[in-house]
Design a protein around this ligand. Structure first.
Ligand SMILES: *Cc1c(COP(=O)(O)O)cnc(C)c1O
Length: 233
């Protein structure tokens, strides 16, 4: 079942790459991040055994519990909103913090990274569609943040993360991802070490790849629906 789902996702990624009409700044390979949130730790081992080494979790505590069980094999991505009081743990647990979404948080990550004498890789999450219920930098705050990154020597920005609106209107999704790609290209012109454009989830990753994503965060299409019934969230 999991192997078949993975094959389907990989094929859909390849088909989306084939639909690109231009050579893109993000290259022509895609990093699949398997989103294991709300699934048991064993699922992480299963997907790693199938060759997927990038694991996405949206909560510090859940990632910590899984790593206590499994150790820290693979690369762990934080994809959910992070509270500053968990910055220290996040710096310890994750290889890439995709959801860096405010100056306040980046300053907390800088402080904890400095204490650990560590450089922390992050993506800047941009709320392109300006959805009030979503986190992420508003475009103008993102632009302002770029001017302050030199104040954060222990933070290495590696790219941009975008979540599209949850809509059946594919044109809206295309437009948002196209803007995400434009942000990536502008950032890459400006800074070194800009590698990742993380866009697309189970419902829209083919569109994201077509529009230039080189990192997709896929949960449901690999592992099936999440069961929230026995959780406090
Ligand atoms: C849960 C989550 C995903 C994966 O969502 P699916 O629809 O299950 O693929 C991707 N990105 C973020 C930020 C998430 O919170």
């Amino acid at each position: 079942m999991l192997a078949e789902n993975l094959r389907n996702v990989s094929e859909a990624i390849q088909a989306a790459l084939a639909k690109r009409t231009e050579k893109m700044e993000t290259g022509d390979t895609v990093c699949l991040v398997a989103v294991t949130k709300n699934h048991p730790a064993q699922v992480v081992s299963e997907i790693e055994a199938l060759g997927v080494q990038n694991i996405g979790e949206n909560r510090v505590q859940e990632a910590k519990e899984k790593q206590e069980q499994l150790g820290h094999a693979g690369r762990w991505h934080l994809i959910g909103h992070l509270q500053t009081n968990k910055a220290k743990q996040a710096v310890e647990l994750f290889d890439l913090i995709e959801s860096a979404d405010s100056e306040h948080l980046l300053r907390a990550l800088e402080k904890e990274s400095a204490k650990l004498d560590k450089i922390t890789d992050v993506l800047l999450q941009i709320n392109i569609a300006r959805e009030p219920q979503k986190t992420g930098f508003l475009p103008e705050d993102y632009e302002a943040m770029l001017g302050k990154l030199d104040e954060l020597p222990h933070i290495k920005v590696r790219g941009v993360m975008v979540i599209a609106p949850n809509t059946p209107d594919a044109e809206v999704i295309h437009a948002v991802f196209r803007q995400g790609y434009a942000y990536f290209c502008a950032l890459k012109k400006q800074r070194a070490d800009i590698d990742f454009l993380s866009m697309g989830m189970s419902g829209d990753y083919p569109i994201a790849v077509e529009e230039g994503a080189n990192m997709v965060r896929v949960g449901t299409a690999l592992f099936g629906a999440r069961d929230y019934s026995n959780r406090g969230y």
